[in-house]
Design a protein around this ligand. Structure first.
Ligand SMILES: Nc1ncnc2c1ncn2[C@@H]1O[C@H](COP(=O)(O)OP(=O)(O)OP(=O)(O)O)[C@@H](O)[C@H]1O
Ligand SMILES: [Mg+2]
Length: 153
């Protein structure tokens, strides 16, 4: 597991950018963090790195947002916060999303039982006004390769 400290919103965004450039269809990135931890900030960078032509907004009400790369490949951005039950979550079709594109999932702990085991799990923790602890663990061969690809961050 990698653990780093981000000292600013820009650093968190840059981390997202780095990962976004490496992300490919089939990749699942679980993003855990309390209110204001920096999930949206990170996701903005991720979408940028992905080459998104769409802008990032909170998926809390629509539950899934779509950010398309130039060639149309989707990066899905899902928020499981409001999901009430696992059957409800199953209808959302996580496997279908991963067959087409990459997925970043906020509040993944709500639907953990439904998630593929191959995933990156990332936790953002509020340390001080400008500091956030970023912990990243990779589960599976592809996630491990992806994390190594980020190099010295
Ligand atoms: N190192 C940092 N990384 C990320 N954000 C930071 C950092 N330091 C300060 N911030 C500030 O913390 C806030 C993070 O907000 P953001 O919307 O990204 O969090 P969130 O996890 O999406 O919150 P919510 O759960 O309410 O949607 C922003 O105002 C940002 O400027
Ligand atoms: Mg947010």
């Amino acid at each position: 597991m990698a653990s780093i400290t981000s000292n600013s919103p820009d650093q968190t965004r840059e981390l997202g950018r780095k990962l976004g450039r490496l992300l490919q269809p089939g990749d699942l990135l679980c993003l855990q963090g309390d209110l204001g931890a920096g999930k949206t900030t990170f996701t903005q960078g991720l979408a940028e790195g992905w080459g998104s032509v769409d802008s990032v907004s909170s998926p809390t009400f629509v539950m899934v947002n779509l950010y398309r790369a130039q060639d149309g490949t989707p990066l899905y951005h899902m928020d499981a916060y409001r999901i009430e039950s696992l059957p409800e979550a199953a209808q959302i079709g996580i496997d279908d999303m991963l067959a087409e594109g990459a997925l970043i999932l906020e509040w993944p702990e709500r639907i953990e039982a439904l998630l593929p085991t191959e995933r990156i799990w990332m936790t953002l923790t509020h340390i001080s006004e400008t500091e956030r602890q970023v912990e990243i663990s990779a589960h599976g061969t592809r996630p491990e390769t992806l994390i190594q690809g980020i190099g010295n961050w």
